[in-house]
Design a protein. Structure first.
Length: 468
């Protein structure tokens, strides 16, 4: 009797399970890719510290996409200034967090939480200043308004103010484009005391940065910072040569009124601005530092500094490091300068200041703070011992053959098995009946499906934990 051979095929249920696993893996992969892109766009950029006092500081940064941001210090969470009143976390491109209720002369490390992801770097720290007795000083507030290209108030814009000898100062424009920064309470760079400056002739530099990446730069002096003439994003201004304006206070203006903005923009004297003071100057500032940028991290211990200055005039460069460097340079006839320190500077926080006295003996000074980080050396790769290769020699496939008996005439093929010669291996073919197709068992497929889903879930969990 002929034996029937059986051939199994996967069941419909098994195929459905395998299809589900494949589709699920594709979906999870795409979802993880999207989450990774979102996490990268929410990474804090250009993180800076400002407004250091004996009881707090300000941390501000950008993100490429609107993100919820906050700061954690010693298990305390500090919300963005715009969220503190409501207690609800909003999503912004510019982030500005005041950290308060700290102890004087103490070092603090902080963690930025952006879209639920924690970010911590070695330079995410600051030291609070000394607690000084009340100073007998006249209050001095720099303030102004930022407008967009259409002349409308530009909110949520970061303002960074540089004053020679002072630590970094910053502010954030409100919904009316208004900003203010107190100068009389600013600390020195070493935080040993309040900065000393001329309240009517000291040069200050202001950097305006919007969340869309547009910037504006302003050079003015302490005699024209109350208020600073209106600043339109994307332009460059130099008010340092303007005569001092009458000192006013922010409360003297109704910043929410369109009429006030129009008067300021058009140079109405009732808003304390003259047409000359609101005139935009597209010329470069008298002196400036192009490299490095404020708060930039560089990986060279002997970097090249560069900037602009008055052509063929002498400027003084001071590099504040563990070892102080001072040098006078002659600006080129093209109005540019370059300088390399004579020795390597150590990793850590540094400050470079460029000073110039004009023909009226007015001091112009620009300061940049930057971080030098030692370039990391990649370890040499560990040699990999090649694994022994497995031979892929193909084994002969046994085939069914017929042995022909030699006769004087033509060979006659027989269907009977031939006797095995001493030197030849003969395989006798098996003659089977028609194949019977039966359904395979579901148990192995179900087990494989469960194991596959488990592996996918485990991989997803590990991947999410590794995301920054």
């Amino acid at each position: 009797m002929k034996k029937k051979s059986t051939k199994t095929i996967p069941s419909i249920v098994g195929l459905l399970l395998l299809t589900t696993i494949v589709l699920g893996g594709v979906y999870l992969t795409q979802n993880l890719k999207t989450n990774r892109q979102t996490s990268a766009q929410a990474k804090p950029l250009s993180v800076r510290i400002a407004n250091i006092s004996h009881q707090g500081a300000t941390v501000y940064w950008f993100t490429q996409t609107p993100a919820a941001g906050s700061i954690r210090v010693n298990n305390r969470i500090f919300l963005d200034n715009r969220d503190k009143n409501s207690g609800q976390t909003g999503r912004y491109l510019t982030h500005y967090v005041d950290i308060d209720q700290l102890e004087a002369e103490k070092n603090y490390h902080f963690i930025i939480i952006s879209e639920g992801q924690q970010h911590q770097e070695t330079n995410f720290n600051f030291t609070t200043a000394r607690n000084l007795p009340p100073a007998n000083r006249t209050a001095d507030l720099a303030f102004g308004v930022v407008l967009n290209q259409q002349g409308q108030p530009l909110p949520e814009t970061l303002i960074t103010l540089s004053l020679a000898g002072a630590s970094n100062l910053a502010s954030l424009t409100d919904k009316n484009g208004f900003w203010s920064i107190p100068l009389s309470t600013a600390y020195q760079k070493d935080l040993s005391g309040l900065v000393n400056y001329n309240q009517s002739r000291q040069i200050i530099e202001i950097l305006v940065e919007s969340g869309s990446g547009e910037t504006a730069t302003v050079i003015t002096n302490t005699g024209n910072d109350h208020p600073v003439p209106p600043v339109i994003i994307g332009k460059t201004y130099d008010f340092s040569q303007n005569p001092p304006s009458p000192k006013q206070e922010p409360q003297d203006f109704d910043w929410s009124s369109p009429e006030t903005i129009d008067k300021i923009t058009n140079g109405d004297r009732s808003g304390s601005f003259s047409p000359e003071e609101t005139k935009t100057s597209q010329e470069k500032p008298i002196i400036g530092i192009n490299n490095p940028q404020e708060g930039e991290t560089i990986f060279l211990t002997k970097p090249e500094f560069s900037g602009q200055g008055p052509a063929n005039q002498k400027i003084k460069i001071t590099l504040e490091s563990p070892k102080k460097f001072e040098e006078e340079l002659l600006v080129s006839s093209f109005g540019s300068w370059q300088w390399i320190p004579p020795e390597n500077i150590t990793p850590g926080q540094h400050t470079i200041t460029v000073e110039y006295y004009d023909e009226n003996n007015l001091l112009h000074a620009v300061t940049r703070s930057f971080l030098v980080q030692a370039a990391s050396v990649s370890p040499s790769p560990t040699p990999i011992t090649p694994l022994p290769t497995k031979s892929t020699q193909t084994e002969p496939t046994p085939t069914a053959t017929s042995i022909a008996q030699a006769t004087p005439t033509k060979p006659l093929a027989t269907s009977t098995p031939a006797q095995e010669p001493t030197t030849t291996t003969t395989i006798t073919p098996k003659i089977t009946g028609p194949e019977e197709i039966v359904s395979g068992s579901l148990t192995p497929l179900i087990i494989l499906a469960i194991l596959g889903l488990g592996l996918v879930y485990f991989a997803v969990t590990i991947y999410q934990k590794k995301l920054p």
